[in-house]
Design a protein around this ligand. Structure first.
Ligand code: FES
Ligand code: FE2
Length: 352
């Protein structure tokens, strides 16, 4: 059983912030992530950055001001801050009024841009508990760092991050939630898969996909092999390969607040004619993710009256691992020790 009224968001970990393409040169984008106001920007030279979206003078959001590609200027008294959050100018000061501007620096966040995505490292807000990254941002397998996703789609789920993560990884909901003619029918099949621990998560071992798994796979050159990797805090890659082609889905889950969560679904492929699919994919992804979101919205209704979830063997094992991984990550930080994975290699069987 899992108590769901125990709400906490992992810190000292990388979160997906946005697709790189959403942040143009010389522009800024304000976002709330993990209840923190964050201002993302990209300098005229193309370097992405993130600072706290709050002027240290009188707390006006810096995003209400102006950005010229070099410094962000607050809209209230015009204080300026650079991409490191350093206070660069206080316009009201007379030339002879010397002041140590570094007293007014804004907190900055570490960012990383890989494979067309911007990631942000959210440290513990308590400086005594903040730690440097323990691991790098996850990579989409089989592609270099310079690629960008062919398709990207973000949908907001009005729920706490755990319900979005658990809903997306759940292996037993497909026949009931995803009833689309283009995906699969409502019949149940036996699923038997090996799972292994992997860094800060788990992996569904590479296997040949069975024929009933979907009607669209002939498009990428016959029955493919498939491998799924899950990473904390809520990142999943699903790699589908045939001898000729590779398609990888990257799904990231990022909490904005305790009850608003962004799910970003992206596809990377090396199929030469893949671009032909581009016009229809957003509609398909919206319909598919929308099914996951709609059932989570229904679940929110029930959760107003119930705070315990019952997780069964084997189909809820991935959900149990998620809760265990998350708890262990938090504990290992609280106790300043190495993370010890709770996941064991296991053969899981379920019907879906
Ligand atoms: S509140 Fe930002 S400059 Fe005064
Ligand atoms: Fe789903």
């Amino acid at each position: 059983m899992v108590a769901v009224n125990d709400i906490y968001l992992l810190r000292n970990i990388w979160y997906h912030a946005m697709p790189s393409a959403d942040l143009k040169r010389g522009k800024m984008v304000a976002k709330t992530l993990l209840n923190e106001p964050i201002l993302f920007g990209r300098t005229n030279q193309g370097k992405a950055f993130a600072i706290r979206d709050l002027c240290p003078h009188r707390a006006v959001p810096l995003s209400c001001g102006w950005y010229d590609g070099e410094t962000v200027q607050c809209c209230y008294h015009g204080w300026r801050f650079d991409e490191h959050g350093k206070c660069a100018e206080i316009p009201s000061l007379m030339p002879e009024q010397e002041m140590d501007l570094s007293r007014f620096d804004v907190r900055s966040y570490e960012v990383k841009e890989v494979q067309g995505n911007l990631w942000v490292y959210i440290p513990d807000p308590d400086r005594t508990k903040a730690q440097p990254p323990r691991f790098d941002v996850p990579r989409v397998p089989g592609f270099g760092d310079e690629v960008a996703p062919n398709v990207t789609y973000t949908m907001r789920f009005p729920c706490y991050i755990d319900h979005a993560v658990v809903g997306l990884m759940d292996p037993a909901h497909s026949p009931f939630v995803h009833r689309s003619w283009w995906w699969r029918g409502g019949t149940l099949n036996d699923e038997i898969k090996w799972f292994d621990p992997s860094p800060y998560g788990f992996t569904m071992r590479r296997h040949q996909m069975p024929e009933h798994m979907g009607r669209g796979y002939w498009l990428i050159g016959g029955l493919p092999e498939n491998e799924i990797i899950f990473y904390l805090p809520g990142v999943r890659t699903e790699e589908t390969t045939t001898p000729k082609n590779r398609v990888v889905n990257l799904t990231t889950v990022t909490p904005l607040t305790d009850d608003q969560t962004d799910v970003t679904f992206q596809l990377y492929w090396d199929i030469p004619w893949g671009n032909l699919l581009k016009p229809i994919l957003p509609t398909l992804i919206r319909s598919f993710l929308g099914q996951d979101r709609d059932v989570v919205i229904k679940q929110q209704e029930g959760l107003k009256h119930e705070s315990v979830l019952r997780l069964i063997k084997d189909s809820d094992t991935l959900a149990r691992w998620y809760y265990q991984l998350k708890k262990e990550y938090q504990r290992s930080q609280d106790e300043s020790r190495e993370f010890v994975t709770p996941v064991k290699t296991q053969l899981l069987k379920w019907r879906a």
